[in-house]
Unconditional design. Sequence first.
Length: 293
Amino acid sequence: MLAQVRERIAGTVVFLFQPAEEGAPGDEGGGAQMMIDEGCLADPKVEAIFGLHVTSNHHTGKLGYRSGPLMASSDELRIFLRGNQTHGAMPWLGVDPIVVGSQVVVGLQTIVSRQMNITKEPSVVTVGVFHGGVRDNIIPDEVKMEGTIRTFDEEQRDAIHDHVKRITEMIAAAGGAKARVQIKRGYDVVVNDPALTDFTVPVLERVAGKENVGVVDKVCGAEDFSFFQKAVPGVFIRVGCTPPDREIRASAPNHSPRFYVDEGCLKLGVKALSTLALDWLAKAQPKRDGAGD
């Protein structure tokens, strides 16, 4: 599309085809940070960045935006609980890490509900993996749990990390077990630059029609587009992908095996990004030439 209007491009457009957002298996890197480390924003120097993500929460033809925080940070949580193995018929002779782990799972849920100011920003602490035990009649030595922490505020992010460690260690100690907590900081919050968002909105309204553009809710999902935004001002938009004849509430969410994309949304997404690039370069060019104020 941009090639057809090459003469109108008042600068340079860099296309970022990002592989492996979640990274390769194991602890190998991937996605945005690896691309930044390899110089994708440096030569030529990128001054603004626009990105998009499809969503089944809106119909095809709809575009969504939000100034400021849009998507949550994401941190990996691992908890190891060491008990003392014994026969299931004689639990008093050992330390049961499954019981302790169960109490930890419940205890972690009090962080958001009782220790975070939920009127400020939403946050989530979820335990999604609980492994322990070898047989039905044996109390095991160890339990391993894995989970995710989502926040929109760095102060809350640090506070939740502290609460997770404190609650886990104290519950473990109360049950006679030993705890080891690992928290790996992952993606940062996707924060749309306010000034660039103000520029973006009228462009989207021109592309899709004012009635088809609106403010979207914050999303507790995470995106490594946040790494690009830490390097340069950026805006991340949402593109509806649910067919117009299908009810939103009946549409499966992203990452569901029943997730369905109406590919008609791709055309609108390309048009939106192309128009944003053209208009931003046209606006920025006079300032680069020294004609701007």
